[in-house]
Ligand binder design. Structure first.
Ligand SMILES: *Cc1c(COP(=O)(O)O)cnc(C)c1O
Length: 371
């Protein structure tokens, strides 16, 4: 089946008892046992499994082309489950432009438990130089947040395989509509489903999708069930509902982001536009090879620095000044001040989550703000 069909049907079943076409939300935390002690549908207690979570995990598995998926209460909880599944003392190689929330998680919560290096993972020489005997995981994020860096997934997979290192990829910016890392050899895909999957800036969630149901996956399942950072049945329901339109929403985000990037690139006040869909992007060729769309987020730098960035962001009418991304409404943020004191993000950079408004209205708003 094709993506659009999977998105609509994989996560839903017609309710057997009522014939309801849309799967109901099962709020019950506990499930009745049969007289012989068995459980009717295998459900026991909602922390371990819930029908709405099962549906969500099913559609996520199929969209990413994996063997199984585990849903979490946030993207950070999903990332944390991967780190918690590693043996203490394991060395992780992570990108220098890793999502700041996960970078801070490693540096704060795992400081004495795991070893890590934040490097330019796309640079083969640098990557090889950082591989150690205890390296157990290479973490990728492509496109990256907020610099829209592209990592050549196949190239890193080949290096990881040679050294028997697991490889995980944060696919939040691309979604499986634009990029399927498991098909390129990645072991685990991670998502903040808060973003494009939810798509309406009204729920938090995270997910992991595995290529294989192996020992590593068993550990991750244990972290999910025993750790308990699970999404509520209602959040699972809303995610399954939103995923039905994901393929069409992504098309709109990609379309608008490309046009907005091209508009900004020609603007005399703009120093640089970071978007993998532009031929000027240093890894545009790789992006074209491994992606079927370039995503809906772009960053741009203003020639006149931070003051000008502040002026522009405050003059915009349609773009909301807020963090996060992936919703139907366009958002813009001054990223460096969100990331905190150890940020490497330039101070003249603005990150845009391009929404699904009409592109003419988005361009017109930027035009008046940049005057
Ligand atoms: C938002 C985000 C996360 C974290 O997800 P939460 O749902 O906010 O916990 C991780 N990675 C990327 C790329 C993100 O944009």
């Amino acid at each position: 089946m094709k993506t659009e069909t999977i998105a609509i049907h994989a996560g839903n079943y017609t309710d057997a008892s009522t014939g309801a076409v849309v799967q109901p939300i099962v709020l019950s935390t506990t499930f009745e046992r049969n007289v012989d002690g068995s459980f009717r549908e295998g459900y026991i207690y909602s922390r371990s499994a819930n029908p709405n979570r099962t549906s969500l995990e099913k559609v996520l598995t199929q969209l990413e082309g994996g063997a199984d998926a585990a849903a979490f209460s946030s993207g950070n909880a999903a990332g944390m489950a991967v780190f918690q599944s590693l043996r203490p003392g394991t060395h992780i190689i992570a990108p220098d432009d890793m999502y700041h929330g996960l970078r801070n998680q490693l540096k704060t919560l795992f400081a004495n438990i795991l070893e890590f290096d934040f490097i330019d993972v796309d640079n083969t020489e640098v990557l090889n130089a950082h591989i150690k005997p205890n390296t157990g995981l290479i973490w990728l994020e492509t496109p990256s947040n907020p610099l829209l860096k592209i990592t050549d997934i196949k190239k890193v997979v080949a290096i990881a395989r040679k050294h028997k290192i697991k490889i995980a990829c944060d696919n939040t910016f691309a979604t499986p509509i634009c990029q399927q890392p498991l098909a390129l050899g990645v072991d685990i895909v991670m998502h903040s489903t808060t973003k494009y999957f939810g798509g309406h800036s009204d729920l938090m969630g995270g997910a992991l999708i595995t290529a294989e149901k192996n020992d590593c996956w068993q550990k991750i399942r244990q972290v999910q069930e025993m750790g308990g950072a699970i999404p509520s049945p209602a959040d699972c329901y809303y995610l399954v509902r939103s995923i039905k339109t994901l393929p069409y929403r992504m098309r709109g985000h990609v379309h608008n982001a490309q046009l907005l990037a091209e508009y900004l690139q020609k603007h005399p006040k703009v120093e640089q536009v970071l978007y993998p869909g532009l031929p000027s992007h240093p890894n545009h060729k790789i992006a074209k090879e491994q992606m079927t769309g370039f995503g809906g987020v772009l960053s741009f730098c203003l020639k006149d620095g931070r003051e000008e960035a502040n002026r522009v962001i405050n003059k915009l009418q349609l773009f909301t000044r807020a963090t996060s991304l992936g919703g139907v409404e366009s958002l813009i943020e001054h990223r460096a001040t969100v990331e905190g004191s150890d940020t490497k993000t330039p101070f003249n950079l603005l990150r845009v989550s391009v929404g699904l408004e009409h592109i003419d209205d988005l361009v017109a708003d930027l035009e008046q703000a940049l005057l």
